[in-house]
Design a protein around this ligand. Structure first.
Ligand SMILES: Nc1ncnc2c1ncn2[C@@H]1O[C@H](COP(=O)(O)OP(=O)(O)OP(=O)(O)O)[C@@H](O)[C@H]1O
Length: 256
């Protein structure tokens, strides 16, 4: 079980409020996509949920305040992949992804066969096997992004917070990543909250979307309910038409 509940959350920087009055619930195995224009507060909201930014209001996992959990348990409960990660120097891809297993290691800190299997599986599924021995700083932008996501997924936390996970990924790698996250929901009941700029991908993978505008919830619902041309014109100042994919999900197409 890993039901995430955010109650009346407000957060910001140096007394400047950026997000306020945000409430949302994501059931176990659910996927909430946070969308909104640049500067709306999406990353700020995700950092606050992750417990990395001071905030008021509550973040509960299965009715327990996340902030009250001991550090190790918190790391097994929530994993966060930032939009702009700080990468440690001098690590190979394998060693970096293995860091994600830290909350699961025994008292001596040795990784076991199961930890190595989790890492191997992620390297394969994110097309990183051929790069496993490479130093992080030698990777391309998209390769580095996949390594960062692999580390977060290796944590096998019950709640996964992903900030723009497809940034820098080509369409094939973006789909492979989102498919993998979707499979983890099915296999492990992982609860997912992700920001996504690509509204079509958001509509295809997230069951519900929360549209943030100027730090407040402008709309919340299924992608079909929220992603209307009128709402996108109002909130993004964008000219778009909404088509339908074969599965009926909205395809957001820009028009000149
Ligand atoms: N560390 C910081 N210190 C001060 N202000 C910040 C900081 N980080 C973000 N902000 C400001 O907070 C507001 C929200 O930023 P945030 O990164 O949460 O937006 P976002 O919706 O994720 O934007 P984008 O789509 O451009 O990634 C912006 O006005 C931004 O300039």
């Amino acid at each position: 079980m890993s039901r995430l509940e955010v109650r009346d959350l407000a957060a910001g920087y140096r007394r400047r409020a950026v997000v306020s009055g945000v409430s949302a619930t994501v059931d176990t195995g659910g996927w909430l996509g946070i969308i909104g224009p640049n500067g709306a507060g999406k990353s700020t909201l995700l950092k606050a949920i992750a417990g990395l930014l001071g905030h008021s209001g509550q973040v509960l996992v299965d009715d327990r305040p996340l902030a009250s959990l001991p550090r190790r348990e918190r790391a097994r409960t929530v994993a966060y992949a930032p939009q702009i990660p700080q990468l440690p120097m001098g690590l190979t891809v394998t060693d970096y992804v293995l860091l994600g297993r830290t909350p699961h290691l025994g008292p001596l800190g040795w990784e076991g066969r199961s930890d190595l299997d989790v890492v191997d599986d992620l390297l394969t599924r994110l097309d990183l096997t051929g790069l496993a021995g490479r130093q992080l700083h030698t990777l391309s932008g998209g390769e580095r992004q996949r390594a960062v996501l692999a580390r977060a997924l290796a944590q096998r936390a019950s709640v996964l917070l992903l900030d723009e996970p497809t940034t820098g990924l080509d369409i094939g790698h973006a789909q492979a990543l989102l498919d993998l996250v979707d499979e983890l929901r099915g296999e492990l009941g992982t609860t997912v909250v992700s920001t996504l700029h690509d509204l079509t991908l958001a509509a295809q993978y997230a069951e519900r979307v929360l549209l943030l505008d100027d730090g407040e919830v402008a709309a919340e619902g299924t992608p079909g309910e929220v992603l209307t041309p009128a709402a996108l014109a109002e909130r993004y100042t964008a000219r778009v038409t909404v088509l339908r994919a074969p599965d009926g999900s909205p395809v957001i197409a820009p028009i000149r």
